[in-house]
Design a protein around this ligand. Structure first.
Ligand code: TYD
Length: 230
């Protein structure tokens, strides 16, 4: 069918803003509509990328220089793009990715104060012209989001031998810089980046996301009836 063409959709936002739930719900809607969908995440997504993720997120990773952090984010990303994202798009799959280069611009560029130019230049050199067709930026409150992320990761750490808390340990000023950098991206690229209020219930946020996806991608498929099923 004509509408079943590939699109690259990314989700962005602060830790604990509820991205993963929304990624899964949107993917379920696409599947319901007969799309072939790849759901993936960064840092990670590939076997090598997940190893880099462990190094990046583990609280035991001490003294990582901001530039090393940025380089590792891109190392994982290049592998991800080459191994998964481009082949999936070429094969006509819908790709939904939890975080992409905007995260590097917000966290390393803003949070770590490396600036946006370096991030954008690395993206150009390493990922070429690959850009998401649509980015959902989930707008949430810093205290509520980061508090939720910390509780979630502490619970996971208590249950398993994984500890992905390194970023959640940052202070409020760090997350304020991350948020400001995100808002700057949304302002700079209004054609691609859509700010969605994520302060309501998961259902409310999901409905808003479906509206954005439908209108932006020109997919008149998310009728009320279809929405009720996903
Ligand atoms: P994750 O547990 O996936 O957080 P969340 O579920 O909130 O997305 O951890 C990913 C962390 O990595 C998150 O704190 C943001 C950070 N990050 C960067 O700093 N730069 C990047 O380029 C990416 C992709 C993630």
């Amino acid at each position: 069918m004509a509408h079943k063409r590939a699109a690259f959709i990314t989700f962005e936002g602060l830790d604990g803003c509820g991205k993963s739930t929304q990624v899964e719900r949107l993917a379920a809607c696409f599947v319901e509509q007969g799309f072939s969908v790849l759901v993936t995440r960064e840092p990670g997504g590939t076997a090598n990328g997940e190893r880099i993720r462990q190094l990046l997120l583990d609280t035991r990773t001490a003294r990582l220089a901001p530039l090393t952090e940025l380089a590792l984010m891109f190392a994982a990303r290049v592998q991800h793009v080459e191994e998964l994202i481009r082949p999936a798009l070429d094969a006509g799959q819908m790709v939904i990715c939890d975080r992409f280069t905007d995260s590097s611009e917000a966290y390393q560029g803003g949070g770590r104060r490396l600036g946006k130019m370096l991030v954008l230049e690395l993206h150009r050199l390493l990922c070429g012209d690959l850009q998401p067709d649509l980015t959902i930026l989930m707008d949430s409150d810093i205290t509520a989001s980061v508090g939720r992320a910390r509780r979630r990761n502490q619970a996971r750490t208590a249950n398993q031998d994984s500890d992905e808390n390194r970023f959640e340990l940052e202070n409020r000023a760090f997350f304020a810089r991350v948020q400001a950098a995100y808002l700057e991206i949304a302002k700079r690229e209004p054609q691609r980046v859509f700010l969605v209020d994520a302060r309501g219930t998961a259902d409310q946020t999901h409905t808003k996301i479906l509206e954005v996806v439908s209108s932006k991608l020109g997919l008149n498929i998310f009728s009320k009836k279809a929405q009720n099923r996903c």
